[in-house]
Design a protein around this ligand. Sequence first.
Ligand code: AAT
Length: 288
Amino acid sequence: MAENNFNFPHTIFTEYDKVHNVGVFTEVTNHIYTEQTEYQRIDIYETPTFGKLFSLDGFIMTRDSDEFVYHEMISHVPLFIHPDPKKVLVIGGGDGGTVREVLKHDSVEKVILCELDKKVVETALTYLPNISYELKNPKVEIVYEDGSKFVSQFKDEFDAILIDSTDPTEGEGGLLFTEEFYHKCFEALKENGVFSAQTEEPFLRKEWMIRAYKRISNTFNVARLYMGYVPQYMPGTWTWTFASKNLDPIKDFDPEKVREFNKELKYYDEEVHVASFSLPVFVKKLIN
Ligand code: AAT
């Protein structure tokens, strides 16, 4: 029988990029939760294709089916470079996915999660159990504050700092994309400290990718952009920037450590680690 146009599902979630007039949509079977907080609008949807989907102000933050890519890449790339990460600061990421990955490293004794919006953590604990479950781990301390302010109080304190932030806004890009903020992260890291931040992507947001990367490389001695396939974020590819005071993400990488890792990973391994730093020609041109 011929397909007709009347089989569309009744309820659809749309993420709409007003700058470029492009978007993605997916069928929704249940709009589980909605709330306008002091900072943003939180929504949780049940979808047949992607499982639970969590959005802020209409933009997908994470979803069950493929959250592992982003969360593994922001965490394991830097943590496998550090010889013995013990104390980790995660800024943003109130859904808990990054914290879950960080805690797969047995050396980690303490994780501070600094999330602006308490409601994100509460919502994730209630509706996204597969992502948030490690937020209850006794090694985790949650602070509800602006991360750019919180990090200023520390000098020489952390082995790793991971910036799991929402996309930049107009102007300076919000508090987590300024050079001043990256400088504070540098100061808060120990000598062997490693850093990673989500730094947008090169198709629809190349200006921000370049800006974030440049600001990080102006601040740190070592800064390298890396990429991955992240279907949940339109257009499907994403970047992060690794940075440190002295450790190099390739020269100081020991693939044996990853091969011996005793926790389940779905995206990251020793080959992906190295490959993610091999950038397509146009991306190299953009950042050089
Ligand atoms: N783990 C993937 C989910 C996120 S959400 C990013 C979080 O950063 C949000 O919960 C938001 O409340 C928090 N946040 C925003 N600004 C600050 C701040 N100044 N201090 C602390 N937390 C903050 C990342 C999605 C990436 C989207 C890519 N398209």
